[in-house]
Design a binder for this molecule. Sequence first.
Ligand SMILES: Cc1cc2nc3c(=O)[nH]c(=O)nc-3n(C[C@H](O)[C@H](O)[C@H](O)COP(=O)(O)OP(=O)(O)OC[C@H]3O[C@@H](n4cnc5c(N)ncnc54)[C@H](O)[C@@H]3O)c2cc1C
Length: 460
Amino acid sequence: MNSNSFDLVVAGGGQAGLIAAIVAAEAGCSVCLLEGAPLEYRGGNTRHTRNLRPMHKGPLSVLSGTYDEEEYFDDLLRVTKGKTNEPLARMMLQRSQTSVQWLEQRGVQFQPPLGGTLHLGRTNAFFLGGGKQLVNALFRHAESLGVEVHYNAMVDKLDFDGDRFRAAWVGDLCFSGKTFVAAAGGFEANLDWLRESWGDVVDNFLIRGTPYNTGGLLKLMLEQNFQSVGTADQCHAVAIDGRAPKFDGGICTRVDCVSLGIVVNENAERFYDEGEDFWPKRYAIWGRLVAKQPNQVGHVIIDQKAIGKFMPPVFPPEKANTIEELAEKIGLDSKVLAKTVSDYNAAIGPGEFDHTELDGLATDGLAVNKTNWARSIATPPFYAYTLKPGITFTYLGVKIDAQGRVLTQNGQPSPNTFAAGEIMAGNVLGEGYLAGIGMTIGNVFGQIAGEEAARYALNR
Ligand SMILES: Cc1cc2nc3c(=O)[nH]c(=O)nc-3n(C[C@H](O)[C@H](O)[C@H](O)COP(=O)(O)OP(=O)(O)OC[C@H]3O[C@@H](n4cnc5c(N)ncnc54)[C@H](O)[C@@H]3O)c2cc1C
């Protein structure tokens, strides 16, 4: 073996790659982790995260109550509309029970949800200091185990012998390995690839996370003839503040007051039920909804009653004392917006507003009704946030089996090539999203990939 030869080569330094590297190193493997980003930007989309969603029977760490397999699986079925691999998904839910403890044992700290974070205290465990703290703790732990980390190390070539991995290349540097874990995220930062499914509207998309997830490794894996899973147009996309930067704006640009108001397009017309379900189960459809509107723009309109009921984004809203004045500030036809708001107010039925439950306070008789939390927009001042689609991550990936091995076209697994995290998320998430499940996928499948790679490399 020369110095560039390892038991395990990992591509990608987000949580999935880090966890696979740590598990294999703890089992006694020599491990090399190739991270495409420079040190300052290491950690991919993981560094933007806030929480993960584990199954739990009874209180667990910072989590209250119980979130059992059936409730979790029901939630997953609802958001994916059944597009999930049930055995893989159920295995993931079962294994997620130890995810919080696994992270805590390796230096990651948790905290209860912050005030203003809706409906998540039972289901989502929040990282103290966010994903950045998690990334730093895991890099620290990986390095203490002797994992060799290379930054600015974008894997741009893979060598296989049939379906057996031999080496990953970064320019002229060759890293050969007995096993390989592909954990390089999706292709959400590759606008040309997104354009193939979405067309030129991608010019109005904002990418919420790392600019380094350009899908180069996914492309290499698909060219190697591994089976794909999911479709190129499926992604997690939320409505974010239109003033966010093109890349890496992160969580502070998300606009979380949709269910407290109404959303209109550039024609000042509503286009979807803002109160369909709790926000954590619905926020991830709003990016796609806004993407389908003229110029890919939406505007949330709220009144004073909503202030203090949601976590505000980093940019202040437009504010005005009348709806007409607000319309002018955000470039909408003031008469049309005033009519949209007054029609909405007039259509609200009887009931009590209660944002902690599906309160059934609804409109009746509108072309698009709001089915919960339909409070009037009548108390000045009025506020508006302008929205654009914020792409979080894509779902097209490689197909895996229960050992995390990537599958070839004839359905056989590669003996020594594994995938974890966003790059295989489509196995579980055919569409839709459940807040916190991205980190659960990376955690569980990162551990599985690390365990199975170690078993193979160490011949156990
Ligand atoms: C703003 C934001 C907030 C989010 N919040 C949450 C949350 O609270 N909870 C949750 O569950 N999920 C959240 N997600 C989703 C979550 O980030 C992902 O599901 C998860 O981090 C994926 O982990 P990963 O390791 O697969 O990918 P990443 O963390 O994205 O890591 C992939 C890594 O691969 C590297 N890379 C890319 N190409 C190559 C290559 N060719 N060679 C080598 N390296 C390469 C990149 O530099 C990157 O570091 C959020 C995402 C964003 C963008």
